[in-house]
Ligand binder design. Structure first.
Ligand SMILES: *Cc1c(COP(=O)(O)O)cnc(C)c1O
Length: 345
């Protein structure tokens, strides 16, 4: 049991915004190797005006959370998968991989140094962890940087849903998220840059998120700007779209496992024609930020698909999956082996 006190923050009313914490991890790549890294207090980064990241967006990131469990441990969820995914992102972006075991160690050390910012059990809040890497030396001609910085900062974030799961509305946009054979499967800042206009436009028109279709044919469901999608069929099969241009969400992979092994449901990762969406019983989007957000409605250019679960409450399977996965994260439900990394006993 740790005896440390948590910071005096109004956890229940915390939003999802940047709050400076005390320490961040920094490691520099130069002359072909990573240095040993350090935990520092300065949150500002000074770089050349022609740094590769500023001119050509050579950067990728990860997102995960640390939680205080029911028995007051501090844990994080499957950080090895974030390490692996970041290695994949770096390889695609011609950046050096920060070794996966060192990634996990650095996450643990960064959270330990900011342990008082991990919200108390039961508050619904958590400590968001943001690893990221960027090319830092000046680059004029278009080529990868040769010097890189890997950093991890943390920020306490509030409960996504303050009063239970509230269904959201998605729209089918006139924009595409990811090109066939493009960068949709990696967690690159550039995928978010081009999603900013579509999401602001969706909000302006009263929708919560965009449900992107495949760019090549605009007939198959992909994902939203920052979350994967799951569906439930009339006979309780949990279905998620399969596509090489979807970002492989760790939350989604975990939910599919929980659906199969904890709820005994049939699961399918397969192509999902948009034409099939009207036949599903439930729909939800999933990612680290909210775990699961139920989708009540999808609007395709004025044509509405209202799921039987409706706009008032989540569907039954969505609710069960949410409770199980958050229970696993908070220590009230037994986790599969290797899913929980203890940061402080
Ligand atoms: C990060 C991200 C997700 C969610 O992934 P998690 O590992 O579950 O947090 C889904 N889609 C996109 C495009 C993302 O960038």
């Amino acid at each position: 049991m740790n005896t440390q006190t948590v910071k005096n923050i109004d956890w229940a009313n915390l939003g999802f915004g940047y709050i400076k914490t005390d320490y961040r991890f920094v490691s520099n790549f130069k002359d072909g190797k990573w240095d040993e890294g350090a935990l520092i207090t300065d949150e500002n980064i000074v770089m050349n005006e022609c740094a590769c990241v500023l001119q050509y967006a050579q950067t990728c990131f990860e997102g995960m959370k640390a939680y205080r469990t029911v028995d007051n441990k501090v844990v994080c969820f499957r950080p090895d998968l974030n390490a692996k995914r970041m290695a994949d992102s770096c390889s695609y972006l011609e950046m050096p991989v920060f070794p996966e075991d060192r990634f996990v160690d650095a996450v643990v050390e960064t959270v330990k140094k900011n342990i008082d910012y991990v919200p108390p059990y039961g508050s619904g809040a958590s400590l968001y962890i943001r690893p990221y890497m960027f090319g830092i030396n000046p680059v004029m001609g278009v080529k990868p940087a040769s010097e890189f910085q890997f950093r991890i900062f943390t920020s306490p974030v509030g409960p996504y849903f303050k009063k239970g799961l509230k269904p959201i509305t998605l729209r089918i946009p006139d924009f595409d998220r990811a090109a066939p054979h493009g960068s949709g499967h990696i967690k690159a800042g550039l995928n978010y840059a081009m999603s900013l206009h579509p999401i602001v436009d969706a909000h302006r028109q009263g929708f919560n998120e965009n449900m992107y279709l495949d760019s090549a044919t605009r007939t198959k469901v992909e994902e939203t700007g920052g979350a994967n999608i799951i569906f439930v069929t009339g006979d309780n099969t949990v279905v998620t779209p399969k596509s090489s241009t979807i970002l492989p969400s760790i939350t989604r992979r975990s939910l599919m496992y929980v659906a199969e092994h904890y709820l005994g449901l049939k699961t399918e990762e397969r192509e999902v024609p948009f034409a099939e969406v009207k036949d599903f019983k439930e729909c939800a989007v999933c990612g680290t930020a909210a775990v699961l957000s139920p989708v009540g409605k999808v609007v395709d250019h004025g044509k509405e698909i209202l799921f039987p679960s409706g706009m008032e409450k989540p569907g039954e399977i969505t609710q069960k999956l949410y409770e199980l996965l958050t229970g696993i994260q908070l220590g009230t439900v037994k986790a599969p082996d290797g899913w929980i990394k203890v940061i402080q006993e």
